[in-house]
Design a protein around this ligand. Structure first.
Ligand SMILES: [Zn+2]
Length: 209
């Protein structure tokens, strides 16, 4: 599928990791789901499902050993080539530092829910690199890890029995409507922000999701 190939091409276009000190989100907290601002009330299901999918990818790809990350939903409708972005030391919660993955809806919400798994897994390989104390980037360690997941350099995926194939199947079965909900996020009149996404993450962490 042409659109799919385009998506994969975009998914390879990844920004270099930043090594800035964490921008603290300690100042903002929702204090529980009933305090959620309108956008987060409207799309709480989307955030929760994305965190669940991170868990599914973590389980099938790394045996659940990757640390929790904050998920940032980028709702911008401007054309971009950056489908996803892994940020090192993006936020801190109670003195503990966490990385983040930003998901560009304009690209990731185009197809079916399973369609953006290669993008998410690409960013999760960066999270794996960071967890290993590596600098990130798309070198040999990155390519090897992608191959182990079943995604080769040509963007071929869903090798039978590979983690990406199992993940795509499970995610599509469990969250068939998620991509459509992600598209709805883009047109909501309600406000969201990176800081509020961090606050949602903090709430998820503190509620023990
Ligand atoms: Zn990358």
């Amino acid at each position: 599928m042409r659109a799919d190939r385009e998506e994969r091409k975009r998914s390879r276009n990844h920004k270099s990791p930043a090594f800035a000190p964490p921008r603290s989100s300690e100042t903002m907290s929702f204090g529980g789901r009933y305090d959620l601002p309108p956008f987060y009330r409207e799309f709480e299901d989307v955030y929760r499902q994305l965190y669940e999918i991170y868990g599914i990818c973590n389980y099938h790809g790394w045996g659940g050993t990757l640390p929790p990350v904050a998920l940032i939903i980028n709702r911008s409708t401007r054309p971009t080539r950056v489908a996803g972005f892994a940020q090192l030391q993006a936020t801190s919660v109670n003195g503990q530092v966490f990385n983040a993955i930003s998901i560009t809806l304009n690209i990731c919400a185009r197809g079916q829910t399973a369609s953006f798994m290669p993008i998410l897994l690409h960013e999760m390989v960066h999270i794996w690199q960071y967890a290993q104390g590596r600098r990130g980037g798309h070198g040999k360690d990155f390519r090897n890890e992608m191959l182990l997941l079943g995604i080769d350099e040509a963007g071929q995926r869903e090798r039978v029995g590979s983690p990406v194939e199992r993940i795509s199947r499970e995610v599509q079965m469990r969250y068939p409507g998620l991509a459509a909900r992600m598209r709805e996020c883009m047109t909501s009149p309600h406000h969201s922000s990176k800081e509020m996404d961090f606050a949602f993450f903090r709430m998820m962490l503190e509620s023990g999701r």
